[in-house]
Write a protein that binds this ligand. Structure first.
Ligand code: KG4
Ligand code: ZN
Length: 340
């Protein structure tokens, strides 16, 4: 008979956030994230620096998560960690720590796929948030991925569309860089966009067959647009930053919505759940919330803190895997690339 109260310590270290969370069954007791500011000056994540920062952060972050949850490590039922995808040097810090701690405490070790976690974050029990019913369509949009996934069950996931080049988060970050905004630019584009006119400037949407995406053409189009306008008016960016950001964001949302409409038509599924860092975007959140009235879709937008990288989402997958006794031994390896 299973212990009715399962306490999972979850560790996430796939990119540049060191995160730890404690869950009691599907409820989050603590969710701690240490962001790495060291990358800002380089305009992107520097893998070796990320790995080093994870090593500095991991002990205090885990300690804070346990203290905040008011749980001693002896009460833990299992330890879940991100196996991949991600930066190898970053993943190894989390996995080594998780393995050692699980061995020391003699409790099960659970490996979690980061992209599955972005999707299953919707199953965290949170007042005011409904959970999607299977099957549903998940749109995972982050700095590393852009995927449309058919979710048949917790671990029955099929990618039905994905980017052929840049991820949507990269589209935000790289265009932000063109505009002279610091890394990561996505949240800043969002902030400026809220004050601008989304139809001030028009950018051509890429023509990609099926449910796949492409964002590299948009980035180039924006670069040429800025170069051309700056040649005519050196202050073009400063004078129009809100309208430029609003127009770029509008185009990106249109690209995503076109493919979602196609996915709904192809699958007949009208439940859409979004996940990944870019689902923090206010324009995307509002557009999806309006989609019920417009298209009859039931949409699920996670609580803000479960959209960007966090360990609570790793914990909810850990909990599901715990229920099915899906454990690993210490020989489990980290994977920079991993499919569902
Ligand atoms: O899921 P995530 O935290 O890390 C990855 O797994 O990649 O996603 C990070 C990405 C970055 O590209 C960041 O710029 C973007 O999410 N992002 C946003 C917003 N907040 C984060 N993009 C647009 N609008 C936002 N509000
Ligand atoms: Zn992520």
């Amino acid at each position: 008979m299973l212990n009715p109260e399962v306490y999972i310590l979850a560790i996430e270290s796939s990119c540049d956030d060191t995160a730890a969370a404690v869950l009691c069954n599907d409820k989050v007791l603590s969710n701690v994230v240490a962001n790495q500011l060291v990358h800002t000056q380089y305009g992107g994540v520097v893998p070796e620096l990320a790995s080093r920062a994870h090593q500095q952060n991991i002990v205090p972050v885990i300690d804070a998560a346990l203290k905040k949850a008011n749980i001693s490590k002896e009460q833990l039922s299992a330890i879940a960690f991100t196996q991949g995808p991600g930066l190898m040097g970053s993943l190894l810090v989390g996995s080594s720590f998780a393995k050692s701690m699980a061995l020391a405490l003699n409790i099960p070790l659970i490996a979690v796929n980061h992209m599955q976690a972005h999707i299953l974050a919707h199953f965290i029990d949170e007042a005011g948030y409904d959970k999607p019913e299977f099957p549903f369509i998940a749109l995972t949009i982050s700095g590393g991925h852009t995927q449309i996934v058919r979710v048949g069950n917790y671990f029955d996931m099929t990618i039905i569309g994905e980017t052929t080049d840049d991820a949507v988060g990269e589209a935000f970050d790289k265009t932000a860089k063109i505009l002279g905004l610091p890394y990561p630019g996505g949240p800043l584009v969002d902030k400026n966009a809220q004050l601008g006119n989304p139809k001030a400037f028009k950018f051509t949407k890429p023509k990609v067959p099926g449910l796949d995406f492409s964002f590299s053409g948009l980035k180039t189009a924006i670069l040429y647009f800025i170069q051309k306008n700056k040649a005519e008016n050196p202050n073009f960016i400063d004078e129009n930053i809100n309208d430029i950001c609003a127009s770029i964001q509008y185009t990106i949302i249109e690209i995503l919505m076109d493919k979602l409409k196609m996915a709904v038509k192809e699958t007949g599924i009208k439940q859409i759940a979004i996940g990944g860092g870019v689902s923090a975007n206010s324009g995307i959140r509002n557009t999806l919330k309006e989609a019920y009235a417009k298209y009859g879709w039931k949409t699920f937008v996670p609580k803000f803190e479960y959209t960007t990288d966090n360990a609570a989402m790793i914990g909810i997958v850990g909990y599901q895997k715990f229920l099915s006794q899906n454990f690993e031994n210490a020989s489990v390896v980290s994977k920079a690339r991993i499919q569902f």
